[in-house]
Design a protein around this ligand. Sequence first.
Ligand SMILES: [Fe+2]
Length: 397
Amino acid sequence: MQEPSRHAPLVERAAASAAAIVARTPGHAAARKAALGKALRKAQESAAKSPLDEPFLPRDRASALIQAAMDQRVRHAEATAADALGGTEFLFSNADPLWATVLGSLIAKWLTRDAAPISDPVRTQPIAIEDEAHVALFSDWGTGRPPALAVAHEITKRDVGYLIHLGDIYYAGTEDEVAERFLSVLPTSTRLKRWFALNANHEMYSGGHAYFDRVLPAAGQPASYFCLENTHWRIIGLDTAHKDQELRKPQVEWLVALVSPSEGRKNILLSHHQLFSCFERTSAKLLNQVAPLLDAGLIHAWFWGHEHKHIVYKKHRGVLARCIGHGAIPANPPPARLSRPEFAVQFVNRRLRPDSLQGVNGFASLRFNGPSLDVEYVDEDGFVSFGENLDREIAQH
Ligand SMILES: [Fe+2]
């Protein structure tokens, strides 16, 4: 069946009943319960206003936890009793006893502290990779749905040596979601040496616990930020989610120390959140934090996700910025008009999915060969929608 949490009217009903259930649940500090009730009512309002012509995927913690709980409740029922769920009036209502049970875990997640950040200088030492290396970057991919599986299939066909997910495991990065929508469906490769995963807003909606306690150990990744380097390049993964859309102070210090002695290496940053966008308003916090590095010409390229689009920007403040947030989420193709034209674009992927009117999904394939770096942007059907020689682009003013 379709995931119920993709339908705004059902989320609206679920959020409304959740607020009522939370209000009458005993225990927990009154102030925290009140904050949760307020957030749930806001989630209800945003679902009520949401357009019905595309899947519902808001960016707030209460909505994400509601959506995770909805799917958990349906899976639980399918596994146990198979009560004919779709469209019944009582589903996710106050009268739905299973829903109240599942909400217990939602409330607990809301009230629990976030996972502790890691800022250990030993753990974040650069990791050496070969001068000839094939790296796949994919983002906003943790859905476990057919588009994600199609992208994984194309990555698997390319037999890459390294795999880096730029974050977002839906809906709230819970333990179940991490296991089912991410770890069990990751692309495979006979040549795969290591894989890495960045932290993102959806992982943090459940406090980041499954990301820090399950994803990082499975990847053998020592921290939520890291650096891979060879003779000519550094690939630097950042955590822009533990503190939303910015870097925690120890990470800023780590980044400055890492890139300042350039030693002739080119620096490629990876993050979940965007530095800027030609389509939506973006917080300036991250930009302000890295501005001195941009002004010093130390950042050469930056790949990010979060926005569910594929955009290749023209050089901006010395950086070749690429948005690859089109890893799996069904979304309408980007509009023809840029709302922030000051961020000039070279290419915007407006292809449609093979079987729908929604935008195509895809990933980036990076082939490092000494100082040369060829990048191909591959769609879920194997079509290369854009290609570039990144070292040549970096050299051009
Ligand atoms: Fe995101």
